[in-house]
Design a protein around this ligand. Structure first.
Ligand code: C2O
Ligand code: CU
Ligand code: CU
Length: 551
């Protein structure tokens, strides 16, 4: 657990009297190989005030990476920080090895190249560090960026998609500044930064425009809306388009969640409107509400301005209508599910501290909490019996939210997603397909309140390929003795053995020896920790698998 810096905090220019700044738009890169350097920087959010930051090839945040479905993405991260990091492609369907979770450490001075086929449908994803217990701190300092996936289906729709012209990334973060100008490491801030810009304004043409909203905050949840009562038309959730735009005057965005919205500004040239967060509307169980028992912030429980929008001249070929239909991203149905798992959240705490558990467990990097079979569909019920709402995120998949407390979610929440806010005493039912293999690099699922995540509100799962992993009952008559064992194990098989491989629960090879063509082999687990091990028996034509328990 960390101690928050409680030194005197400067509440910088509130939006009422502060000077407005043009919204920074991170550069969009479209490259065969991206290079990102995680490094320390100094940035002036406010003129003359130096703030120590981290960035990804930038003083704060990082470039937007444009990927195309069907291409191979190559992203090289170089770690120039003084501490280890890792880089995670939030929402992307990649093999466990490329997911950039806490196991995939990049030491100071080292690089890592992620390479994966882009399988996700067109939508807005993002990248951020994911090192064990350091995610919140490194994200708070500023390492994060957008990933925009484009595909041919989306390109056929009459939607705004000129980056920085009628299509804008909008990452919302709150930050607390210390008297010396640096960031406090704290669950809430008193200042809103959008794309790293305090008090931002954005000039938008008088036509239909697209905002790609991301909640990149540590813990604050936003209840977004326009101050003039105008509707936002949600076209995409976290991980894909909706079948049709969903009009709403409020959009809740929890940590890690994205939503793409269209605003129809046609005929509004010269007008000005505000994108607001109505924190006053959040129930007491939601971080960002006015709950007096939790960490304080000037922004808690009040409505505040996120972004001022000034409507200017339309562009040459404007989109002038909200389309009536979009497209249906194929997602598994509940009827395809082969298994239902229940994940119950318990515990008590504040927004930045506390002990929160999932099914009674907290994160242990050496423990695999769930095992899934490749390409199978499962339904999960997430039950929240703790004292606050948690934004729950699952790596390696996109899911559909089927129900909240037995009722289908609002239309804008019905698309493919990878984060879902589960309020206190809510049960949220999800369905998803596990389509990516882990092979020794587990996927995480966790609370995306970054302080909860670092405080072990996270578990991990592996995905096995049932066509490669032969179940014990069909393992060519292989046997082991004794099992459980305190050390030595003898295995026998019906076929001549070429090799014997022992893997731990994470799929890591702990022992490999030659079978010398014999029908039996002996190996020793005396030095191995207690737990379940898989034994792979490899013959010339056949293979088998056993499970051995070390006591
Ligand atoms: Cu946004 Cu485990 O990640
Ligand atoms: Cu993720
Ligand atoms: Cu949480």
């Amino acid at each position: 657990m960390r101690n928050f810096n409680l030194a005197i905090v400067l509440a910088f220019a509130s939006s009422a009297n502060g000077q407005l700044n043009p919204l920074a738009i991170p550069p969009a890169l479209e490259l065969d190989t991206f290079d990102l350097v995680a490094d320390e920087h100094v940035h002036q959010f406010y003129p003359g005030i130096n703030t120590s930051t981290y960035g990804a090839s930038a003083e704060y945040l990082g470039p937007t990476l444009i990927l195309h479905r069907g291409d191979t993405a190559r992203i090289r991260i170089h770690n120039e920080l003084a501490e280890m990091t890792s880089m995670h492609w939030h929402g992307m369907h990649v093999p466990g090895e490329m997911d950039g979770g806490p196991q995939r450490i990049i030491d100071p001075g080292e690089s890592w190249m992620a390479e994966f086929p882009v399988k996700n449908p067109a939508a807005t994803y993002w990248y951020h560090p994911h090192p064990h217990e350091l995610t919140a701190e490194q994200a708070n300092f500023g390492i994060a960026g957008f990933i925009i996936v484009r595909d041919q289906e989306e390109e056929q729709l009459p939607l705004p998609r000129s980056y920085g012209v009628d299509d804008f990334p909008v990452v919302i973060q709150d930050r607390k500044f210390l008297a010396n100008g640096d960031f406090a490491f704290y669950p809430f801030g008193d200042s809103v930064l959008v794309n790293g810009t305090p008090n931002p304004f954005l000039e938008l043409p008088a036509q239909v425009v697209r905002l790609r909203l991301l909640n990149g905050s540590n813990a604050r949840i936003y209840a977004l809306g326009l101050d003039n009562g105008q509707h936002m038309h949600v076209i995409a959730g976290d991980a894909g388009l909706l079948p049709a735009p969903a009009a709403t005057d409020r959009l809740w965005l929890s940590n890690g969640e994205r939503a793409e919205v269209l605003l129809d500004l046609t005929g509004m040239e010269g007008d000005s409107l505000l994108l607001m967060s109505y924190g006053n509307e959040l129930p007491n169980t939601v971080p960002g509400s006015g709950n007096m028992l939790w960490e304080s912030s000037l922004l808690n429980g009040v409505a505040f301005q996120v972004l001022r929008i000034r409507v200017t001249t339309p562009t040459v070929n404007p989109i002038t209508a909200i389309p009536s239909g979009l497209l249906t991203v194929p997602m598994p149905a509940e009827s395809e599910s082969i298994r239902t798992r229940t994940k119950t959240i318990t515990g008590m705490g504040m927004v930045g501290m506390g002990m929160f558990m999932i099914n009674g467990s907290m994160f242990d990097m050496d423990v695999v909490n769930d095992t899934m079979q490749l390409n199978t569909v499962e339904a999960w019920n997430i039950v929240n019996n703790s004292n606050m709402a948690h934004p729950m995120h699952i790596h390696g998949v996109s899911f559909t939210v089927l129900e909240r407390n037995g009722v289908p979610p609002l239309a804008w929440e019905q698309g493919p997603k990878d984060v879902v806010l589960v309020d206190r005493f809510e049960t949220v039912k999800l369905v998803m397909r596990f389509g990516e293999i882990t092979d020794g690099w587990p996927f995480m699922y966790h609370c995306h309140n970054l302080l909860h995540e670092d405080n072990m509100m996270m578990l991990q799962y592996i995905v096995q390929d049932p066509t490669l992993e032969v179940p014990e009952s069909e393992s060519s008559g292989a046997r082991s003795f004794p099992n459980p064992t305190i050390g030595p194990v003898m295995v026998r098989s019906l076929f001549p053995l070429i090799s014997v491989e022992v893997l731990d629960a994470l799929g890591r090879v702990v022992l490999k020896q030659s079978g010398n063509g014999n029908h039996q082999a002996i190996f020793d687990l005396s030095d191995a920790s207690t737990g379940v091990y898989f034994v792979r028996l490899q013959g010339a034509m056949e293979s088998g698998q056993l499970t051995v328990v070390k006591e």
